[in-house]
Design a protein around this ligand. Structure first.
Ligand code: ZN
Length: 237
């Protein structure tokens, strides 16, 4: 569940490809259509949305994923209750085992970039949807009335992150990740994209002795809940 088209592929494309090839169903939920993703003043919002939806459709087809778009405006995203409710509706409807999202605590990247505020807002909204609203029927009762039963997500994978604890080896699948990212052709020209993401993957893999990796901060929500129910601390998930 991400702010923009291309966020899933850039942050977790290798991991998602691996999961898809293992037979897991993937659904991409995109909160905005990336409608500010153009520097051409003659580009209309409608034209940008159409282009980016087409790119996302091609990338999702390559991944074998379904796409859900929520249509929020790019660039000014806020973690509102309305967004939280929309995310809870999607999670209760798709009923995923794992949710992948942005780490809402990350302000800066690689010592030179400011993390896009939409990424923090999206990450915060997803985390706040997961606990407690997704699994508590009395929160957003209108969703229950729509037929969306509570659900327990087992694991949450957050990235990019300054506190990685899970490293996925993407060395063998790196070329396919780049092909996935480059379906977003309006945003990612092939040559510089390959070089930039190779560097990121090498840096992520280094601490764990992997040639190329994607790094995540993970929360084992279901395991935490089971532990809490057994009397080992409060309900953490
Ligand atoms: Zn983004």
């Amino acid at each position: 569940m991400f702010a923009h088209p291309d966020d899933a592929e850039t942050m977790a494309g290798g991991t998602l490809l691996k999961w898809a090839r293992e037979g897991h169903a993937i659904t991409l939920c995109l909160i905005t259509d990336g409608d500010k993703g153009s520097n051409d003043p003659n580009d209309t919002r409608a034209a940008i949305v159409e282009r980016r939806r087409a790119e996302q459709t091609r990338a999702a087809a390559k991944l074998g994923a379904e796409v859900i778009t929520l249509g929020y405006e790019d660039g000014t995203l806020q973690p509102t209750l309305a967004l939280r409710r929309d995310l809870v509706r999607v999670i209760r409807s798709v009923r995923p085992q794992v949710v992948v999202a942005n780490d809402p605590t990350v302000w800066f990247r690689h010592g030179i970039y400011i993390n896009h505020p939409d990424h923090r807002a999206a990450g915060q909204a997803v985390v706040e949807a997961l606990y407690p609203a997704v699994k508590k029927a009395s929160i957003f009762p209108e969703l229950l009335a729509e037929g969306h039963q509570p659900h327990v997500v087992e694991d949450v994978w957050l990235g990019p992150t300054d506190e990685p604890d899970t490293f996925v080896d993407i060395s063998a699948i790196f070329d396919d990740k780049i092909a996935l990212i480059c379906e977003h052709a309006s945003q990612f020209p092939r040559a510089p994209t390959r070089a930039a993401f190779a560097r990121i993957a090498r840096e992520a893999g280094e601490p764990r002795g992997l040639a190329m990796a994607e790094a995540f901060r993970t929360l084992r929500l279901a395991a935490n809940t089971i532990r809490a129910l057994a009397g080992d601390g409060s309900d953490a998930g």
